[in-house]
Design a protein around this ligand. Structure first.
Ligand SMILES: [Fe+2]
Ligand SMILES: [Fe+2]
Length: 230
């Protein structure tokens, strides 16, 4: 690693440590899969992708670490809360850092657009590499073994059954703002198994391949066991 890169990483580490001391309590007791460890995993994934794909490493790291404050607001209000609703709180947190205003705006923009999907009604609008990397990292944490664990936790917290065999998979539409899926296994079909083809970066696509296979195998095993075949 070159000397400037090492200095840059040190700066990132100290900004994240300072931010963690301010947001950690907000995430205490978060039981829907959007806890502080989700933020840290997305941060690590985003930095892994950045090493291959480029982009502003500080912007990507901070945006990844703060991207789901809107989920805390959602939990408090009891109703859907889009990422942009968290921007005033995020701007307040960023005002207390040394991050230059141009980078702060890029952080806010990445957070605002991190929940865009090719398969949602509006599609994707973000074009900057920082947002594209955050989208990939966040979606990767919804895939694979961790994704399976998180989706059962999330849906369990909403009271959604694990599987509802009477209802078919077809004609499932994706709507992040509504608890539209009749069961957690339906959610694999309406969203999680579609994420592989929703990746933006080559690095994201490569990591997604394995995580997708893990989920496909899991759903097949689940349905075989449900049918008493194994
Ligand atoms: Fe989010
Ligand atoms: Fe997230």
């Amino acid at each position: 690693m070159t000397q400037p890169a090492r200095i840059h990483q040190k700066q990132i580490d100290s900004v994240i440590t300072a931010l963690e001391s301010k947001v950690r309590n907000l995430f205490h007791g978060e039981g829907t899969g959007h806890d502080i460890y989700h933020l840290k995993r997305v941060l690590n994934l985003a930095l892994t992708i950045q090493e291959q794909e480029g982009g502003d490493r500080l912007v990507i790291a901070v945006a990844a670490f703060l991207h789901d404050l809107h989920r805390i607001m959602e939990k408090e209000s009891g109703s859907f809360c889009p990422p942009e609703a968290s921007l005033p709180q995020i701007r307040t947190l960023l005002d207390e850092t040394e991050i230059p205003s141009e980078q702060r705006e890029k952080i806010c923009s990445a957070i605002e657009f991190h929940e865009e999907y090719d398969f949602s009604e509006q599609g994707k609008t973000a074009r900057d590499i920082e947002t594209l990397i955050l989208q990939d990292a966040d979606n990767l944490d919804a895939m694979g073994a961790i994704g399976i664990g998180r989706t059962f936790t999330y849906n369990g917290a909403q009271g959604t059954p694990i599987w509802e065999p009477a209802l078919p998979f077809d004609r499932l539409s994706f709507d992040e703002s509504a608890a539209a899926d009749p069961s957690t296994i339906h959610h694999f079909h309406s969203k999680l198994l579609r994420l592989k083809d929703n990746m933006n970066t080559e690095t994201g696509k490569r990591i997604a391949l394995h995580r997708h296979e893990v989920m496909e195998r899991f759903v097949k095993e689940f349905l075989d066991e449900w049918a008493g075949k194994k």
